[in-house]
Ligand binder design. Structure first.
Ligand SMILES: *Cc1c(COP(=O)(O)O)cnc(C)c1O
Length: 419
């Protein structure tokens, strides 16, 4: 890659040769002063694919036209609705199609998976997670531990950044896993930290957990659709994610889970059951005795909330066409350009707390301001640059490769440079 330049013409020249540039056309942008905003919040709520309203209209028509028979006669029959997602989701997270399923929402799925993977026995009852995890994950782990009669302060091991650091030194995770040894039941870490954007080496963490006989599971809210994953090859035990961030599936969209086939295909491995997880051939026999179907789908409880999965369908089509390898390649370059520009800003006092090594981050960059953070954030908003504010003084921006351009990134720089 030729060296970057801090100019609009240079940014535009990169957009002109960007093979993913046309994908921008598939999304709807909020407006500011009669033009598309520069949207950097795809890590918080992705934009709406234009195809959603058409596909939603189809479902409403099919419901009107077929009533209950839509379960089999709809264009995407509702009986099998969750099946339409498997292959495309599996490609994004690096799994076999039977190892994933779209269902529920993230925190609900985290609890359901913990019911299977956190089953304290003897002295093995501890959970290891990152300090400062997303609050929902903290609350989930806290109450999981309590449900089994343990004290969260004893049973939850938190790994924090070292003194004076913002990101976690992975060696500290490995050392803590080894130290916890056979008291450790589960390692449950956010694959990409929501605050700093730090991406962890999921394969090595999984291997370290297995070394002491613990399970390894990950919350992939900020990793899915952002960084190529290989959950199966990395031997990850379980994972879950939401679909409204990088996956652009709308507020409260149906999330997803991954369960390694060695558990998914083992009918005696414990899971909380509902009729939708039962063997499809006998589902409607309404008999006693849960018979789990194959794979992650057996963790399903209820029939698919179709209207809340339409946007996911639209979004996964886009992902399939763009492909994770091309998205990642652009993402590294676009985020690299952002970092290059931010480092030129000598009028502002902030520190980039996201790792500088591209292998340890996705497309998010978090800036910790020493002063004027809120004012800079407000200035961006006034100029139609949509970033995200986190207490105490952090601005997060995520140039997502599906719809952000080099020009977007330059615009952000220009507003900050003019502060
Ligand atoms: C976004 C996010 C959540 C949100 O959970 P929901 O159940 O979807 O509301 C949870 N955990 C992490 C790490 C997140 O980034």
């Amino acid at each position: 890659m030729a060296p970057f330049e801090a100019s609009l013409a240079f940014a535009q020249s990169l957009d002109q040769v960007d093979i993913l540039f046309p994908f921008r056309e598939r999304f709807l942008f909020p407006q500011h002063d009669g033009r598309d905003v520069n949207y950097f919040c795809g890590n918080s709520l992705g934009l709406q694919p234009k195809a959603v309203s058409f596909l939603m209209q189809n479902e409403l028509e099919d419901w009107a036209k077929y009533g209950v028979e839509g379960h089999f006669n709809a264009r995407y029959p509702w009986f099998s609705y969750h099946h339409f997602f498997n292959e495309r989701l599996a490609a994004i997270v690096g799994a076999d199609k039977d190892e994933v399923v779209a269902m529920n929402t993230l925190t609900v799925n985290l609890h359901l998976l913990m019911q299977s993977f956190y089953r304290p026995e003897g002295g093995r009852y501890k959970i290891l997670m990152e300090a400062g995890a997303f609050p929902s994950d903290q609350y989930a782990m806290e109450t999981q531990v309590r449900m089994h009669g343990f004290d969260p302060y004893d049973a939850i091991i938190e790994i924090a950044p070292r003194e004076g650091q913002h990101t976690i030194d992975e060696q500290d995770i490995y050392d803590a896993i080894t130290a916890a040894g056979d008291t450790l039941a589960v390692v449950m870490i956010g694959g990409v930290n929501y605050y700093t954007g730090q991406f962890f080496d999921l394969e090595k963490i999984t291997a370290a957990a297995h070394e002491v006989g613990a399970y390894a599971g990950f919350d992939l809210a900020h990793a899915v659709g952002n960084i190529p994953l290989k959950l199966h090859d990395w031997n990850v035990d379980f994972a879950c994610w939401c679909s409204y961030k990088y996956l652009n599936s709308g507020p409260g969209a149906v999330g997803g889970v991954y369960v390694h086939e060695k558990y998914g295909n083992n009918p005696s491995f414990f899971r909380l059951a509902g009729w939708w997880g039962n063997d499809e051939k006998t589902r409607f026999k309404m008999q006693k005795g849960f018979v789990p179907q194959k794979g992650a789908a057996s963790w399903q409880m209820s029939n698919a909330p179709v209207f809340n999965m339409v946007a996911l369908n639209a979004s996964l089509d886009i992902y399939e066409k763009a492909g994770m390898p091309a998205l990642r390649e652009k993402s590294e370059s676009l985020t690299g350009y952002l970092e290059f520009l931010l480092k030129k800003l000598d009028n502002l006092s902030f520190e980039i707390i996201t790792p500088t090594n591209p292998k340890q981050r996705g497309c998010q960059v978090s800036m910790l301001f020493k002063e004027n953070g809120r004012e800079v954030f407000d200035r961006l908003t006034e100029n139609g640059v949509i970033a995200d504010w986190r207490e105490p003084t952090v601005i997060r921006v995520a140039p997502v490769p599906l719809y952000n351009t080099y020009e977007d990134v330059y615009k952000l720089y220009e507003v900050m440079a003019g502060f």
